[in-house]
Design a protein around this ligand. Structure first.
Ligand code: G3I
Ligand code: 9MR
Length: 600
């Protein structure tokens, strides 16, 4: 039986059983748990004992609420408060604030006349498992290697995409590397639901994970991922990052320092397991964005791996050499965009996979210069860029990396001595006012989150913006020590794990209502009901670029758990990374939430 058929067959059968179960319950006069669970929106994983705790109820009129044990014992009661603003659908919501209840245990929120929420835990380290899973997700994304049962459990699979004989595409041909020449470019993570490997998107993803380690080294050493390298003396997060970093290193042309934009098929693979997807792969045109993103990541990696000279001899030096080579290429080639449509007019085969095209490289220059400066302390890098070109503080995304540079400069500023850039005080001020702008008005929104402030947040990959807002707030906390920012970072984690316009916890396998059909080729074709765990779905996006109709076009509700819906339900390494940062950072900082107050 074809495995694709298998997954289409088992999943609906399971849904049918669930539907029959609930229909029988209704017929027997019991209150429908589906209904109450779907109108009480909360972090389905749980809460820290001493941190704020909020749930949201969608209902007409106020009333009371209680917190109950699974045996219906009431342990806390309170009154619902009306949200200042309605949700994007135009309805007021009601706020359940049970921050004053601290006792660890398993509970539900219960609303008279409605019913109970999904169950949740109150305990220390409540997000430890989901936080680790979002990192383990990268192991599941590994190319060129089999995933053994010892590490992958029921998601074990054969190796895909060896990438030992990757063709130089006509767009990338040089004298020394002519069209059709084969290079080895093994390892790396698959980008997303597809099997291609894109430098631009790998750059922000890898750096975000490196920053998670750099910002919380002590905590990250305690996070064990059960991957093949575990126990080798290098923290697992860095072991996992190395799988991609070593691939990235192969994407630099050793003859000139430029970096290929991506390693890709000509067209997207079918929905099939990675070992079945054997179409020829190419490295395509070098570009300024890819080369600068590569320079930034390698400079950052160099200073982090410098601390592991015994375990990884020579790696730090190789990374720095590659970073410098890439920077020099970009300085000589400051404006080479990856324009796939133009490229396809000139070369064949035509390449129709993800473009990650970008035309403005100011932000990539700022990021690369910042990382190179912090690693080398040589002023020349920052002198080459205009560090503060305008008043914007754009949230990081694959095409917008300026703040990654700012974060790096700010958090490493104690090491600069007389080399500190003049702009540093201004950058610090801007980070705080950016964070203040983010949190301002969040308490007035229907779901009490930063994410919920604007409909503009809901586009392709919206959940990564929720996570990246959280990362920005954690950077502001690290700079200011003001735990207020952590409360709003936690609120956005609550958003991702269920306190939102759809009631989904968007991380596969974590929560009661989670995506079962992500646009992810292995999950769709492995014949296993549960998708690969720890993957963050893209999230609400009314754009419907995939042509799959979402049940509602209200921005924060425009989501569907459908395998075909790549504009709302794909997974991607650049979305998982800020999620992993946010969840792990909050685990590391959980005790700081004790004294935290909201924005009063
Ligand atoms: O730049 C404009 C901005 O000016 C405008 O305000 C905004 C309004 O929506 O749109 C912005 O462009 C968007 C662009 O991403 C930049 O964020 C496009 O509408 C949007 O369609 C585009 O989506 C990207 C998508 O590929 C299509 O190119 C996603 O960000 C990106 O995450 C996604 O990446 C794909 C890869 O190509 C292939 N692999 C899977 C991966 C995830 O879906
Ligand atoms: O699977 C592809 C996904 O990774 C991309 O984000 C998306 C947009 O570029 O495209 C998906 O591939 C689809 C292609 O664009 C059109 N034919 C169907 C493919 C699979 O659904």
């Amino acid at each position: 039986m074809d495995s694709h058929f298998h997954s289409w067959c088992i999943k609906p059968a399971l849904s049918l059983c669930v539907a029959i179960f609930f229909a029988l319950q209704l017929a027997s006069g019991q209150q429908s748990p589906v209904n109450s669970e779907s109108v009480i929106r909360l972090n389905q994983v749980g809460f820290y004992p001493d941190a704020p705790k909020t749930a949201i109820v969608l209902k007409d009129g106020g009333g009371t609420f209680s917190i109950q044990t699974p045996s219906n014992k009431t342990v806390f009661t309170g009154t619902l408060a009306k949200s200042v603003k309605p949700n994007f659908a135009g309805n007021s919501t009601w706020i359940v604030d049970f921050g004053a209840f601290h006792t660890p245990g398993k509970y539900v929120v219960s609303i008279p006349g409605i019913g109970s929420s999904y169950p949740f835990d109150i305990k220390r380290s409540v997000h430890k498992a989901v936080a680790a899973a979002t990192l383990k997700a990268y192991y599941f994304m590994r190319a060129s290697v089999p995933l053994n049962e010892k590490y992958a459990g029921k998601w074990a699979r054969a190796a895909g995409h060896p990438d030992t004989a990757v063709l130089i595409h006509a767009s990338a041909a040089t004298d020394k590397r002519p069209e059709g020449m084969k290079i080895s470019s093994r390892r790396g993570w698959y980008d997303a639901g597809d099997y291609n490997k894109y430098i631009v998107n790998s750059g922000i993803s890898t750096s975000t994970l490196l920053s998670l380690y750099e910002d919380f080294p002590a905590y990250m050493k305690t996070v064990k991922l059960n991957i093949p390298e575990s126990g080798n003396g290098v923290p697992d997060i860095l072991n996992e990052v190395l799988w991609n970093l070593r691939w990235m290193l192969t994407m630099q042309d050793p003859n000139d320092g430029g970096v290929y934009h991506k390693l890709t098929n000509a067209a997207f693979d079918k929905f099939e397991m990675p070992d079945k997807a054997t179409a020829p792969r190419y490295v395509v045109q070098k570009g300024t964005a890819a080369t600068l993103d590569f320079a930034a990541v390698m400079a950052q990696a160099s200073r982090i791996f410098r601390k592991f000279p015994k375990e990884l001899p020579g790696l730090s030096d190789s990374c720095l050499k590659s970073a410098k080579g890439a920077w020099e290429w970009a300085v000589k080639n400051p404006d080479i965009a990856y324009n796939q449509d133009e490229m396809n007019k000139k070369f064949s085969p035509k390449i129709t996979t993800g473009a990650y095209g970008d035309r403005n490289f100011n932000d990539e220059f700022i990021w690369a210069a910042s990382e190179l400066f912090v690693t080398t302390k040589q002023a020349q890098y920052l002198k080459a860029v205009k560090l503060i070109p305008d008043t914007n503080m754009p949230l990081p995304a694959w095409g917008q990396v300026r703040l990654l540079g700012y974060y790096t400069l700010i958090k490493n500023s104690a090491s600069f001595g007389t080399n500190a850039p003049n702009e540093l005080p201004e950058l610090k001020k801007r980070l705080i006012s950016f964070a203040d702008d983010l949190v301002s008005g969040a308490d007035e929104t229907a779901y009490q989150t930063v994410m919920d402030k604007s409909t503009r947040n809901f586009h392709w990959g919206s959940n990564s913006d929720a996570a990246n807002q959280g990362v920005a707030l954690i950077q502001a906390y690290k700079l200011s020590n003001n735990p207020k920012y952590l409360v709003y970072a936690l609120n956005n984690l609550d958003y991702i794990l269920g306190r939102n316009g759809t009631g989904y916890s968007y991380v596969t396998g974590y929560g009661s209502k989670t995506p079962m059909h992500p646009h992810h080729r292995p999950s769709a074709s492995d014949g296993i009901v549960d998708p690969v765990p720890g993957l963050l779905a893209g999230g609400p996006n009314p754009g419907m670029q995939d042509g799959v109709k979402v049940p509602s076009k209200v921005p924060d509700e425009a989501y569907i758990d459908d395998e075909r819906a790549y504009a709302a339900n794909e997974v991607a390494i650049n979305w998982n990374a800020p999620m992993a940062y946010l969840a792990n950072a909050l685990e590391a900082l959980q005790d700081k939430l004790k004294s935290a107050k909201k924005n009063q």
